[in-house]
Ligand binder design. Structure first.
Ligand code: CIR
Length: 255
């Protein structure tokens, strides 16, 4: 089983209200987002991670969702190439930081696009959502890079969700927390599924960290289902990030 030791997060920027959104929940309140972000970083630290919080990137309104800009594991670091044009360039400052942490960086090149929210690791396999943000070419490049490190990449065409991990999360122990199109997905048939109850699909993006699971607050049935499966849960209010279609995993890179 994985044990994470580090995480990277990025402070929300003042212009986050201009971030991409389909949620229809209104615009995020910056001060509240800062508080929620600080609590999130505290929760990662309480799970034993050394968290580096990068300074805000005021040029890119969605830059707090740092997960989308790279794919990291113990053997490889891959700089992503966001499919959303307003997010292109977020990956550059991150590459600088990662250059100091990894001996070698790979990157997704045009015409490939790939966002980290579409990448879900389960042991030695990486599932990659083919979405409006991640194209076949991006997935193919990721497969070639990770293949050199002994990992297998499985492409999963998406139907309704923004990113793969919007709808499904790996909780280790061969278990998936799944909603909607992932409840009975043929490519995920070998996993034990913890179904996310109707009306709580936002909580499908919960985050396993070293044996505990961070769960968005306000989704009691999902929290209960995860707890029943034997995990300690940590509820966190991320309402301001939800307004921008973001969830718990999007706010950090764990490695
Ligand atoms: C976007 O549309 O790109 C952001 N507003 C939300 C990104 C969420 N990231 C994620 O699911 N990994």
């Amino acid at each position: 089983m994985i044990r994470f030791t580090r995480a990277l997060a990025r402070r929300p920027c003042r212009g986050m209200g201009r971030g991409l959104s389909t949620a229809g929940l209104g615009r995020p309140v910056y001060e509240k987002a800062l508080e929620q972000h600080a609590a999130y970083v505290g929760a990662l630290r309480s799970c034993g991670l050394a968290v580096t919080v990068l300074e805000a990137d005021e040029v890119h309104p969605d830059s707090v969702f740092v997960e989308d800009t790279a794919v990291l594991c113990e053997r490889a670091a891959v700089i992503a190439r966001p499919g959303a044009s307003s997010r292109r360039g977020e990956e550059r400052p991150l590459a600088k930081t990662l250059g100091g942490l990894y001996p070698h960086l790979d990157e997704i090149l045009a015409p490939g696009t790939l966002e980290g929210g579409d990448v879900m690791r389960a042991g030695d396999r990486f599932f990659v959502g083919i979405s409006a943000r991640t194209n076949e070419e991006g997935a193919r490049q990721l497969a070639a890079i990770l293949g050199r490190h002994g990992f297998q990449v499985v492409a999963v065409p998406l139907r309704a969700v923004l990113h793969l991990k919007t709808g499904v999360s790996y909780l280790e122990n061969n278990r998936l927390l799944a909603s909607g199109e992932f409840l009975c997905h043929p490519l995920l048939a070998s996993f034990g599924i913890i179904p996310v109850p109707d009306g709580e699909s936002y909580a499908a993006n919960s985050l396993w960290v070293n044996g505990r699971v961070l769960v968005p607050s306000g989704f009691p049935l999902t929290r209960e289902a995860i707890a029943k499966a034997g995990y300690e849960t940590i509820p966190l209010d991320v309402s301001e990030f939800r307004k921008l279609d973001g969830g718990l995993s999007c706010l950090s890179l764990r490695f």
